[in-house]
Ligand binder design. Structure first.
Ligand code: SF4
Length: 248
């Protein structure tokens, strides 16, 4: 059992439980993309990013081969991250609109960003077995965040399906049948009644479904910046976080 998110993040970064993903992340780190030839790729599992007492969590899918797998930070160095961090900044939840490297000075305000699979998968598609193998990391992260965590934005159906059992294992009740993912979905998960460390005790958690910030969704307009900002603002308000008005 990890006592802090920092300890957990360090252990995540050393994980080698999925042979296919270990091979892939390391091969990508060796061969690189020409545009990033000067980079020393991270090439390891990418831990969550953000404060350990975050009331709001954003859950994606998995790091990108030349994004998080290159930079070592969630959603950093790829187009998906460009969209996500620009939106977080616009609503006042991030210190700057871009996230390009671990030493770029970015700070998140009350928000942590993570994913149910911590290694970059080929074609951005982890197998169900890899998703399940990685779940204990998400469960541990949720348990450590639980005292303050009040809202979660889940980006896409994969993250939704991967995260629901993790919420159940981490101390919230997940309705049966399991709620279905959609953009705009909202579900309240009650806390199990033995959570005195929650502030206040036994606080519920509210989930918000949002289309993933993938290029396929953002280039086609399936997910617009305004749609993303709206979900983030609603979730932040639920989590008790202040946001700022944005244009559009
Ligand atoms: S995907 Fe998760 S469980 Fe698999 S090797 Fe990476 S960190 Fe470990």
């Amino acid at each position: 059992m990890d006592n802090s998110l920092a300890e957990l993040d360090a252990r995540v970064a050393g994980c080698r439980a999925c042979p296919r993903l270990v091979d892939w992340r390391e091969e990508v780190a060796r061969t690189k993309r020409a545009a990033f030839a000067e980079w020393t790729y991270w090439g390891r599992p990418v831990p969550g990013f953000g404060p350990p007492d975050a009331p709001l969590l954003v859950i994606g899918l998995a790091p990108a081969a030349h994004g998080g797998n290159r930079t070592g930070r969630m959603f950093t160095g790829d187009r998906s991250g460009d969209v996500l961090y620009a939106a977080l900044h616009e609503v006042g939840l991030a210190s700057q609109p871009t996230s390009v490297s671990v030493d770029d000075g970015l700070a998140l305000y009350g928000v942590r960003v993570t994913s149910p699979v911590h290694c970059a998968p080929p074609a951005n598609k982890p197998t169900p077995e890899e998703r399940d193998t990685c779940r204990p990391w998400l469960v541990s992260e949720l348990k450590l965040l639980k005292p303050t965590l009040r809202a979660v934005v889940v980006l896409g159906a994969f993250g939704w399906q991967a995260a629901l059992p993790a919420f159940a294992e981490a101390g919230w009740t997940v309705p049966r049948p399991r709620p279905v993912f959609s953009h705009g979905a909202q579900v309240v998960l009650e806390s199990l009644t033995d959570s005195p460390t929650d502030t206040p005790p036994n606080s519920p958690l509210e989930l918000f479904g949002c289309f993933h910030v993938s290029q396929r969704n953002t280039f086609t307009g399936r997910l617009t910046p305004e749609m993303l900002r709206n979900v983030l603002c609603t979730a932040a308000a639920t989590a008790g976080l202040p946001t700022r008005p944005y244009a559009g």
